[in-house]
Each structure stands twice: as structure tokens, then as C-alpha cells.
Design a binder for this molecule. Structure first.
Ligand SMILES: Cc1ncc(COP(=O)(O)O)c(C=O)c1O
Length: 400
């Protein structure tokens, strides 16, 4: 194997070049052009001297699969480069990344303030799991910085936000978010899953930790689970150490699938953005649609903020069917032929779902009302099919 590094660096190359080359050695094991999958639980040493050099940190190499593998290191370097960060730590899922980050940075008695439109499992992890260890979570309305500031006290350690949020696609003013963190010396976290580094670069605004469900756009093919946190080497060291204890990292096949998916990241994101914009505009003009949530439409509450911070608006669209109850809305979902019915987003195949049937099924009607999830809401994750075909399909479904 060679340790000849890739000549590609984040400062000097475009996104597609980084997606293809960043983090990769020029010459690889077996002279293959692709990075190999290492199916091994442990790594052997030629002799005791080599083992001692390794434990004394004089010889960088692998030791045991719970600490990572060579393919994973390439994927981490590529992701760090795409996001413009020093370092990345990969996890076995997006939720594992959330848990890894919060467990590594918080202690009993610490407090977290998060915007209430955060992914529902993130909220659940904060309130139920961290709550058991004495951490306190304050939920405040999305993008309400006055409420966020009012919830801060001397025990607050993290401010957490998603941008855009799901399913309302609210977009956070990152300059205000970072300024608030700095005013009180509190670290900031952005879950940038829906944006990806193609559309938003939170680290450039001074956010401390960016995380993604890499299951979505980054891997991009609805075939693998992964999560990642990106930031400075120093900030990520405790996360990497804790992951080495817990072993909540992807397996070697998942690392390979992520790496393979990332190669076409730029191409896929261009199509997701184009499809999102075209389909959202079509839906907004349709008489059977009451409202569309898409940050690229001037009608969205956060349109101006989205235009300031984002380079594109992604493939996720949420809309309300006019004068429809839960059953009529379900009939629209059941009438589409291209998008499959299912949760998730960011893969090549389009997906559609009614939030009250999936993520919010266990909520009472009052709880759904409180978080703005009506019966006539549909969430559509545009894949990379042709926009005209998606539009024709939605048109027949809405008229069915
Ligand atoms: C915004 C966001 N963050 C985190 C997650 C969790 O990621 P995963 O499903 O990879 O655990 C999801 C999953 O839907 C998500 O949408």
C-alpha cells in the first residue's frame, strides 16, 4: 500500500473534483483505481518492534476495526474536504452521529437549547436519553433567536439547529446563530442533512460542529446508513475517542458504499436542486394545492435567508392538499406512480409520505397541531428522475 496523499485540497478544487478525488491516495493497494473494502476485525503487526512503534504513535496504521478502517479514513477525509472542515468522524447512522456528538460534549447537569423543528429522534434523544443522565433540553420555536437567548443560562453547553428543517424547510440565519453562541461562549451545532455542503457551508460562518445523516444525499442511493460530524481536529478528538469505546461506526461495506455514492455527489445535487425547484413551482401553481413549503420559492417565510446562505434548495418539498382530509390526502399519495411511499430523502429514487401516517403517527392530534403537521400535509423527496416525469405524475395524482 502507498501512503502517497491525494494532491487535491479543499481550497483549490471544485465540489465535483473533491467528491471524486479528495482523501484518496493516487496509487492504491493492488493498483486498483477504487479504494478496497477491508473485511477484517483486526490488523496484524509484523513484529513486536512495529507494535511498540504503533502504540507509541510513531507509526500511523490500523490496529482494530472498532477504531476504523482504511476505506473509512478516505471517506472521512473526503467529507471533511467537501464541508471545508479539518476533520470528520463517521458513524453507523445519522442518529448515531447525533448521539456520539452529544454524549462526547455534555456532562450531567449541562443544558442544550434546540429549535423545536429538529428531527424528532434528535429531540427524543435529548429529552429522554440525555435526560436520564441529568442533562436538560430546552425546545424553542424554530428560528426564534429571542426565545433561544432567553433559554440560555450558565449551564448551557450547546445550541442545536437543523437548516433547513424538516418538514417545514425553515432556514436558520447562521450569522445570528453563531453570534448568539459566541456571545455566551456556547458551542453551536447544525444538522445540515437537508442542505449538504453543496448548498450550505455552516463552518464558513463559524458553526462549531456540522453533522449529517449521510444516509441521505451524501451516500445518495437509499442503500446504506451512515452519519458524520465535521469540525476542527481538536473539537472532534473526544468524539473519535468515544466512538472507539462504543464502536458505533459503519462497517467496511457501508464505508465503501458511501465512498462510491459520494463520487457523483455534485451531479446528483444539481439534479435534486433542479427537480426541487421545478416541482415546487408546479405544485404552487396547481389549484388543488393549498400551500407549498420550499425555501427556493418567494412565498416561503425564509426565502430571503435561504437566498443569503444557500447555493440551492435541495429536493425536499412539503405541501398541503387543498380542502382535503386525511383520506383524500392519502389518495393523492396512493395515486402517484413514480415516487415510492416511504420515509427518508436524498436518494436517487423519489419518495413520498404523509407525515401523520409515518413520523407523526404516534402523536395526538393536539401534538401534531402544536408542531404544525396537519392531516393534508404531504412530504415529497424528489430524486434524480426527470422533472417533467415527476410533474406529469403529480399532476395525474392530484387530479385523480
Ligand atoms: C435531518 C435529519 N437528521 C438526522 C437523521 C437521522 O439519520 P439516520 O436515519 O441516518 O439515523 C434524519 C433521518 O431522517 C434526518 O432527517
Amino acid at each position: 500500500m502507498t501512503d502517497q496523499p491525494s494532491p487535491i485540497s479543499g481550497a483549490s478544487a471544485g465540489i465535483s473534483t473533491l467528491a471524486v478525488h479528495a482523501g484518496e491516495a493516487r496509487q492504491k493497494p493492488g493498483n486498483a483505481i477504487t479504494d478496497a473494502i477491508f473485511c477484517t476485525a483486526t490488523y496484524t503487526f509484523a513484529n513486536t518492534r512495529e507494535a511498540i512503534e504503533f502504540v507509541e504513535q510513531k507509526l500511523p496504521r490500523e490496529e482494530y476495526a472498532r477504531y476504523g478502517n482504511p476505506t473509512q479514513k478516505v471517506a472521512e477525509a473526503k467529507l471533511a474536504s467537501l464541508e471545508g472542515g479539518e476533520s470528520a468522524v463517521l458513524y453507523s447512522s445519522g442518529m448515531s452521529a447525533v448521539a456520539g456528538l452529544l454524549l462526547a460534549t455534555l456532562r450531567g447537569g449541562d443544558e442544550v437549547v434546540l429549535f423545536d423543528e429538529c428531527y424528532h429522534r434528535t429531540r427524543q434523544f435529548c429529552t429522554e436519553c440525555l435526560g436520564k443522565f441529568g442533562c436538560v433540553t430546552h425546545k424553542v420555536p424554530a428560528c426564534d433567536f429571542e426565545a433561544m437567548e432567553a433559554a440560555i443560562n450558565q449551564r448551557t453547553r450547546l445550541l442545536v439547529s437543523e437548516s433547513p428543517t424538516n418538514p417545514h424547510l425553515s432556514v436558520v440565519d447562521l450569522e445570528r446563530f453563531v453570534a448568539l453562541g459566541r456571545k455566551y461562549g456556547i458551542a453551536t451545532v447544525v444538522d445540515s442533512t437537508l442542505a449538504t455542503p453543496f448548498n450550505l457551508r455552516p463552518l464558513e460562518y463559524g458553526v462549531d460542529y456540522v453533522m449529517h445523516s449521510a444516509t441521505k444525499y451524501l451516500a445518495g442511493h437509499n442503500d446504506v446508513m451512515a452519519g458524520v460530524v465535521i469540525g476542527s481536529d481538536e473539537k472532534l478528538r473526544p468524539l473519535r475517542d468515544l466512538r472507539g469505546v462504543l464502536g458505533n461506526l459503519p462497517g467496511p461495506h457501508s464505508d465503501y458504499l458511501l465512498l462510491r455514492g459520494l463520487k457523483t455527489f455534485d451531479l446528483r445535487m444539481r439534479r435534486h436542486n433542479e427537480n426541487g425547484m421545478a416541482v415546487a413551482s408546479f405544485l404552487e401553481s396547481h389549484p388543488r394545492v393549498e400551500k407549498v413549503y420550499y425555501p427556493g420559492l418567494p412565498s416561503h417565510r425564509d426565502y430571503e435567508i435561504a437566498r443569503r446562505f444557500m447555493h440551492g434548495f435541495g429536493g425536499l418539498i412539503t405541501f398541503l392538499v387543498r380542502d382535503a382530509d386525511a383520506d383524500t390526502t392519502a389518495r393523492v399519495v396512493d395515486s402517484v406512480r413514480l415516487p415510492r411511499i416511504g420515509p427518508s430523502l436524498g436518494g436517487v429514487e423519489s419518495l413520498i409520505e404523509q407525515p401523520i401516517v409515518m413520523s407523526y403517527h404516534s402523536h395526538t392530534p393536539e401534538q401534531r397541531r402544536a408542531v404544525g403537521i396537519p392531516d393534508n400535509m404531504i412530504r415529497l423527496a424528489c430524486g434524480i428522475e426527470n422533472a417533467d416525469d415527476l410533474i406529469a405524475d403529480l399532476s395525474q395524482a392530484l387530479e385523480a
